[in-house]
Design a protein around this ligand. Structure first.
Ligand SMILES: [Zn+2]
Length: 300
C-alpha cells in the first residue's frame, strides 16, 4: 500500500508542475542549462494562498522566492505547505542571496512537498537536509507526479547527474558545503558581515560586555545578556538592524533559518534567539583583530 496525499495536495503538485512548464518562457537565454521550477504555497487546509511561482517569472528569482514574495501580507502567517517541483536550493553563488531552503524555513511553514531531488553537486539532498535540521517536515510527490516533475527537467537532471558522475565540481565557497557550517555567520550574507565587523558594532558590543562584567552577573551567559538587551524595542542594536524595508535583522534571521514566529510570545523568543546567535559570534571573535577579521570575511 502506498502513502496517499489528500486531493488538495495532489492538485497543488499538478499546479506546480504546470508553473514549472510555464517557466520555460521566462528563462535566461545565456546558453546554460537551467531547471524549470514551479512552486505553490498553501494554507493549513490545503487551500492555495495568494502565491504561485515559476522560476524567473519576476525576472530574477527562483520559483520558491517568487511564490514567497507574491504572498499577500495577510497570507504570510497562514502559509503552511510549500509545494515545489525541484528540491529547494541550499547554495547560491551570490553571497547576498539566501537559499530557498532557508527562506522556506524562515517563512515558518510546517511542510514541504518536493517533486524531484536536485542532482547538482551544490544540492544533492542537502536542501532537504536543511529542512530536516530545522524540523520542517518534507516528503516527495507521489511516484507518478514525481516522474512527471522529473520529466519536465529531464535535460537538466541528466546534465547535472553526468557532471557529478564525471567528478567535476562547481567551485563552492569553502565551509558552506559542510553541514556544520550551514548556519555559521562567517559565511553569512555580505551585508550582515559588513555590519558585524563594523567598528560601530564592536564599540557597542564592548560597552555591553563591560556592563555585563560590571554587574557581576554569574548565572547568565554573555550572549543571553546581550540578546535580552538587543531585543528590547528601540535598543541601539534594534534601531540599526531592524529599521528600513529589507533589514539586516531579516537577512540574519533568514540566513540562520529561524522560523518566523506568529504569536507575540513566539516573536520575543525568536528575536532573542537571533540576537543570541549574534552575541555568540561576537563573543568567540572578540579577541581577534577586527580589521583583519573584516578583511578575511569580506574577501571570502
Ligand atoms: Zn532556490
Amino acid at each position: 500500500m502506498r502513502v496517499k496525499l489528500p486531493d488538495e495536495l495532489l492538485e497543488a503538485c499538478r499546479q506546480a508542475i504546470g508553473y514549472a512548464k510555464e517557466s520555460e518562457r521566462y528563462l535566461e537565454k545565456d546558453g546554460d542549462l537551467h531547471p524549470l521550477v514551479g512552486a505553490v504555497i498553501l494554507d493549513k487546509r490545503g487551500r492555495k494562498l495568494s502565491s504561485k511561482g515559476a522560476r524567473r517569472q519576476d525576472g530574477c528569482n527562483h520559483a520558491e522566492v517568487v511564490a514567497i514574495n507574491s504572498l499577500a501580507a495577510g497570507d504570510r502567517a497562514r502559509a503552511h505547505t510549500v509545494v515545489t517541483t525541484l528540491e529547494p536550493c541550499c547554495y547560491r553563488n551570490d553571497p547576498e542571496e539566501i537559499c530557498c531552503c532557508k527562506r522556506i524555513v524562515r517563512l515558518g511553514v510546517e511542510q514541504v512537498l518536493i517533486g524531484t531531488l536536485d542532482p547538482a553537486s551544490s544540492v544533492r539532498g542537502r536542501g532537504a537536509q536543511i529542512l530536516q535540521m530545522r524540523k520542517v517536515y518534507f516528503t516527495m510527490f507521489p511516484a507518478d507526479l514525481q516522474e512527471e516533475a522529473g520529466h519536465v527537467n529531464k535535460s537538466y537532471i541528466d546534465f547535472e547527474s553526468e557532471l557529478y558522475g564525471s567528478g567535476r565540481r562547481l567551485h563552492l565557497s569553502s565551509g558552506i558545503v559542510r553541514d556544520d557550517m550551514e548556519f555559521n555567520l562567517d559565511y553569512g550574507p555580505t551585508r550582515v558581515l559588513r555590519y558585524i565587523t563594523s567598528s560601530s558594532f564592536w564599540t557597542q558590543m564592548n560597552r555591553v560586555i563591560s556592563d555585563f562584567r560590571n554587574r557581576g552577573i554569574v548565572d547568565l551567559e554573555f550572549e543571553k545578556f546581550f540578546a535580552i538587551r538587543a531585543a528590547c524595542p528601540g535598543s541601539e542594536f534594534a534601531s540599526v538592524m531592524e529599521t528600513g524595508g529589507s533589514t539586516i535583522f531579516e537577512s540574519l534571521a533568514s540566513y540562520l533559518a529561524i522560523p518566523l514566529a506568529s504569536s507575540k510570545d513566539e516573536i520575543a523568543t525568536e528575536r532573542q534567539l537571533i540576537y543570541q546567535r549574534l552575541g555568540e559570534w561576537w563573543y568567540t571573535n572578540r579577541l581577534k583583530h577586527r580589521a583583519a577579521l573584516r578583511r578575511r570575511l569580506l574577501a571570502a
